[in-house]
Design a protein. Sequence first.
Length: 311
Amino acid sequence: MPAPPHPYTVEAWCEAIAVAQGREIRINCAELQADWPPGFFFNSAEADYIFTDVRLPSLTRTQTILHELAHLLLGHRGNALHGDIDPSAEADAEIAADILSCQLSRAARSAHRVSASPQKAELIDRHWRTRDWMNDRWDGWQLDLLWVKLRAAVPDAPLILVPHDDEPAPALGGSRRTYRRVVEVHEQLRRLRPWYSEDVRVSALRRAERCRLGPADAAAVAEAAVIAVALRRRKAGAPPADENSVLPQRESGHLDIREETRRLAQVSRALHQSPLVHAELARWGTATRRGGLQRQAASPDKDRQRWWFAA
């Protein structure tokens, strides 16, 4: 199998593998429903096709493509939309996808180091050798809290069980267990997507601006508020909305697992601790079983009390 070529993207690697094997691999994005798998493949007489959900964040999209590519490299046939999915075959493909992700990340890192000046290369090596132990552990704890909360609320999200051990990370920075947690949280959030509300996000952003939060903190509060209200709607039995009009998941243009872990940890802290998120839950009230969000009416005194609590 050829090494990952420049520019070290999963698409470029799939193209190189297709040339080496003499069989075309075509990657397509489609608007897949949340209750479908995030990706699937099928074989035709002239090519192999890989489809992924267009709303996936970049890190999860890369992992999904590598998972389907692993099916092809392992000689699996068919597609992931049938009912008789073999759990062992899925676990094998996911472990292979982790290995492929590690190779892709290492190739990109090595090329970046070679092209840099000696001084910059030393800074790069120092960056990856230096770890903020306490912050990494705290972010990992917050990520686990988010994973547990989503797992309890969205138990139907299919998780591929692979060993969580101390093997080298399949992406730049972070442990394999952390990498698995991030991928699984993204899948759980994708399953929650039909209950997302753009109105809640806009309301939370305005509240954060009034409290003079920075852009990163405001974005975390907004995403946490959307998740909290969606969890309440789903628990109340509200029917899912038309996915063509719901808020898409966040797009990230990087594959830095440590940075994504920090972002999700910030969302987790806001979801569990932020009074702004609790204020949004109080504002939007409970979800009706007929689908809409019921906004609670409040007296001016209660509005002032809620504003004081949120601030």
